[in-house]
Design a binder for this molecule. Structure first.
Ligand code: G3P
Ligand code: MG
Length: 250
């Protein structure tokens, strides 16, 4: 059974605000969302920040890589201008502050561990440790519905998360479910499979559910498709179109 919210705002506010920023989160919250997916990567000093791309340039003004800058420097870079002049100067959030804000405002988190290449273990460990500190009481109480869900495409990152914060639930991000997905998920003690809805079939959805895993899809932007996926037994999904798909969509 899926104890978490069913509809999540992707990267904070989907495509309605700059991704992986407080502005995005506020936008999602204005649309009624109290559940969010976002991406986390390590800065040079090992401090996790919200970031999707290892390379600066697309969403953050600057050049080089995220891991060539300390978090304090990234926090002063402009992660909003690319979206529009009204968001100029929007900072790169520190993961610790962002997660604490979400917790304080009752926003449930799917934290995607998004390691820059070569930093898989460090990223999984750091994100899991910080999250476990923030949710120490909920972990102690085994209050699973209130715990965030850590997900990653990287098995190394998930294994590091498991080693550093075994009390936090994990999910395997797998774009296309092949013959190996169940072995990987079991090896990592994952509670759910997060998959690209474009590659999902009713048979695969049924197989995931029949084997006792939660099933989450990214990134679903069409209401008719969302309804179809839910009819297949998909438990939850994230969306960029928080203007078309409401948090209480069923
Ligand atoms: O976590 C689901 C989804 O965000 C994975 O893909 O590239 O949008 O982070 P991406
Ligand atoms: Mg993501």
């Amino acid at each position: 059974m899926w104890p978490y919210p069913r509809i999540l705002a992707h990267r904070g506010g989907g495509t309605l605000a700059p991704e992986n920023t407080f502005a995005g989160l506020r936008c999602g919250m204005r649309h009624g969302f109290r559940a969010v997916e976002f991406d986390v990567m390590l800065a040079r000093d090992g401090v996790p920040v919200l970031m999707h791309d290892p390379a600066l340039g697309r969403t953050v003004r600057g050049s080089g890589s995220v891991f060539e800058h300390d978090a304090a420097d990234l926090a002063h870079m402009d992660a909003g201008s690319w979206f529009g002049p009204g968001h100029a100067g929007e900072p790169v959030p520190l993961f610790g502050a962002f997660a604490a804000f979400c917790k304080a405002h009752g926003v449930w988190m799917n934290i995607e561990i998004k390691p820059a290449p070569g930093y898989e273990l460090e990223t999984g460990a750091a994100v899991a440790r910080l999250t476990a500190e923030l949710f120490a009481d909920e972990i102690a109480a085994v209050d699973s519905a209130r715990l965030p869900l850590l997900s990653s495409f990287s098995d190394v990152a998930l294994a590091a998360a498991q080693a550093n914060a075994p009390g936090l639930p994990r999910a395997c991000l797998i774009s296309t479910l092949d013959g190996d997905w169940e072995r990987r998920a079991r090896a990592l003690g994952a509670v759910a499979i997060h998959t690209n809805h474009l590659h999902l079939t009713p048979t695969l959805a049924q197989a995931v559910k029949a084997r006792g895993f939660g099933l989450f899809c990214y990134t679903v932007n069409d209401p008719a498709r969302a309804a179809e996926l839910l009819s297949w037994g998909v438990d939850a999904f994230c969306t960029d179109r928080i203007d078309l798909i409401a948090p209480d969509f069923v």
